[in-house]
Design a protein around this ligand. Structure first.
Ligand SMILES: NC(=O)C1=CN([C@@H]2O[C@H](COP(=O)(O)OP(=O)(O)OC[C@H]3O[C@@H](n4cnc5c(N)ncnc54)[C@H](O)[C@@H]3O)[C@@H](O)[C@H]2O)C=CC1
Ligand SMILES: O=C(O)C(=O)COP(=O)(O)O
Length: 599
């Protein structure tokens, strides 16, 4: 066995993962960005994704118009069904035949869609930024990864914001309609200048900062409000970050660029309009729901808001008789922010690559409902990911029928500083190993914590901080299941939990401890664990039973507490022995108990 660094007595509890995944994972695009910003190890952090486990060509349903370049990428890999304008019922019917779904903002991917998929839907790709039309909690619960294309339409949306700002300040839409109606009303459509005016950018993310940059070029004084934006990024382009109240009270123009979340829903309402400068002008290319539309009509009527230019609406398309749409001080476009030729090609490629990659089980850079793990961290953890799943798989098979798994403790021994070892992937894989052998649930990184919680399994994690070299991320992983009976009593620790420990040796996962016995078994194929009276000839006896049935033994290892007392023999087998052979092993007089475990 590899010499392990000696543990110090310092142990500390990491965190209790019994929280549901959905409550911990990003529920809005801004959250996923902030996670990304936290990563210091990689410029482009990635996410481990679902392996779709597809034998045949997968089917991808594209429910809204997607750029040709993206369709080509999809067609090279999958059967692509482009069905636009599906009713909710038609979508629910089709989805059970699809492995992936690609949408824009016009398709509502509701809980019913995930339920109707019968577990086949593995990835939803949003060809754009906003994922407010996708029920993320339902996606997570169904183990479905949601990816978006967060960058390719940023400039298009920013340019549209500027276009609306300029058009609105000079009454372009109203004047155009008037000329077309045969009028020539030069004095009616005198506008206001942008130069020297204060623009408040609400939401200083990708689009907001591009709008700010362009507005600076127009000679505007730009301030921004964004509780999560780093001040240095704002400073770098000469923008001051201010409070919400200060932004709306000092602005001549307000441009909205935040995601629609519970916190931003109707953030412009009667109360906040009342705090604005009389005559303020408002641009919205974010989401209709961030404005209370009825309150906006009142603010337009009272003159608080001089004009509004809106690309997005609470209901799309809005009702034809909407007072807001028909208001003479309102300029509208039908959600065109992302609709440039260039942006649509870019978005289509970005989403097609993400969806194909996810279906292949590769890493996804733009997952919005799974933890982000930088690529190099993942590469390093790969053998430990295998080890984690296999330990979970073995541990749960040791549980005697009838005793439900409730409490699992995972202990990581490592010389790395706690902040330098991200265990979310390992925890998810242990959960997968624990749950999949005893259920029909497909567990992945997206739904692992949620599934564990749903099944009442509380997983706690602990770290043992080792002295020694932090070169390797982990020395060992230990999985303990408390308050259960074991099929194999020798797997119980002194305090009565099922306890397994594993290590990575030469890049391969090994089982290194069962209960209090040291063993050394490479974790592949299947394993027979026997407890026997430690005496000569035992290995030969078991091997000959297996040999008679032509079951290939890949390795054997014996661990004992003291010579000539009890020993545990771990035998790796390539084929599954018959019941008769297993019985014969059990009948060998010195064998006190044994168990057959599949990996
Ligand atoms: N009209 C259209 O066709 C398009 C609309 N969009 C929408 O534009 C919005 C922004 O998109 P991106 O800039 O790409 O997203 P982003 O995630 O890069 O930026 C959003 C910013 O809003 C901030 N934010 C979150 N909560 C906030 C709050 N309560 N107050 C102020 N700021 C808050 C976040 O910290 C983040 O910096 C999204 O709603 C997106 O759906 C994006 C592209 C096209
Ligand atoms: O990317 C976004 O958030 C958008 O709003 C663009 O929507 P669309 O893809 O044009 O339906």
């Amino acid at each position: 066995m590899a010499a392990s660094a000696s543990p110090t007595l310092r142990t500390h509890s990491l965190h209790n993962s019994s929280l549901s995944l959905s409550s911990k994972l990003p529920l809005s695009s801004h959250f996923s960005v902030s996670l990304r910003q936290r990563s210091t190890r990689s410029a482009r952090p990635l996410v481990v994704v679902v392996s779709a486990g597809l034998d045949a060509k997968p089917t991808v349903l594209v429910s809204e118009k997607l750029g040709e370049a993206g369709l080509k990428l999809l067609n090279d890999f999958a059967n692509v069904d482009c069905s636009y304008n599906l009713s909710p019922e038609e979508l629910c019917t089709k989805i059970s035949l699809c492995d992936a779904l690609i949408v824009r903002s016009g398709t509502k991917v509701t809980r019913e869609v995930f339920e109707s998929s019968g577990g086949r839907l593995k990835v939803v790709g949003r060809a754009g930024v906003g994922i407010d039309n996708v029920d993320l909690a339902a996606a997570t619960e169904h183990g479905c990864l949601v990816v978006n294309a967060p960058t390719a339409n940023t400039v298009a949306a920013a340019e549209h914001g500027i276009a609306l700002l300029a058009a609105m300040s000079r009454n372009v839409a109203q004047a155009d309609a008037s000329v077309k109606a045969g009028k020539w009303q030069r004095s009616k459509y005198v506008g206001v200048s942008l130069v020297g005016k204060t623009l408040a950018v609400m939401g200083f993310g990708k689009v907001g900062s591009e709008v700010a940059r362009r507005a600076k070029g127009l000679g505007m004084h730009v301030i921004a409000h964004d509780p999560y934006a780093p001040a240095d990024r704002a400073r770098a382009i000469g923008v001051e970050l201010v409070s919400f109240d200060e932004a709306i009270a000092t602005a001549d123009f307000i441009s909205l660029h935040m995601p629609l979340t519970p916190a931003t829903s109707k953030i412009l309402n009667d109360e906040t309009f009342a705090k604005m400068k009389k005559g303020v002008m408002i641009v919205n290319v974010a989401r209709g729901g961030v404005i209370d539309e009825e309150a906006l009509v009142r603010a337009l009527d009272s003159g608080i808001v001089a004009q509004a230019a809106l690309d997005v609406f609470t209901e799309e398309p809005p009702p034809k008789d909407s007072k807001l749409i028909l208001h003479e001080k309102v300029t509208t476009t039908p959600h065109l922010g992302a609709s440039t030729v260039e942006a649509q090609e870019g978005v289509a490629i970005e989403i097609a690559e993400a969806v194909v990659g996810a279906l292949k089980g590769e890493l996804a850079a733009t997952a919005v409902n799974a933890p982000m793990v930088p690529a190099e961290v993942l590469t390093e953890l790969k053998p430990y990911v295998d080890l984690a799943e296999k330990l979970g798989r073995l541990a749960v098979q040791l549980v005697a029928g009838g005793s439900g798994v409730k409490s699992v403790k995972v202990t990581y021994a490592s010389a790395r500083a706690p902040d330098d070892l991200d265990t979310r992937v390992l925890r998810a894989m242990i959960t997968k190993g624990l749950i999949e052998p005893i259920s029909s649930v497909f567990v992945n990184l997206v739904n692992a914590d949620f599934t564990a919680k749903q099944r009442g399994i509380r997983i706690t994690e602990e770290r043992i901080i080792l002295d020694g070299s932090p070169e390797s991320p982990l020395e060992s992983i230990q999985v303990q299941i408390a308050d259960v009976e074991s099929k194999f009593a020798s797997s119980l620790s002194e305090s009565g939990e099922i306890k397994l420990e594993g290590r990575v040796k030469d890049g391969l996962p090994h089982l290194t401890k069962v209960g209090s016995f040291d063993v050394d078994v490479s974790l592949e194929g299947s394993i027979i664990l026997c407890r026997q009276v430690d005496q000569p000839g035992m290995i030969g006896k078991v091997a000959s039973v297996l040999g008679e049935e032509n079951v290939n033994v890949s390795f054997m290892s014996v661990g004992r507490i003291a010579p000539r007392k009890h020993a545990i023999m771990a035998i790796g087998v390539d084929e599954q022995p018959s019941k008769e052979s297993l019985k014969k092993i059990g009948d060998i007089p010195a064998i006190e108990e044994f168990v057959y475990l599949k990996l």
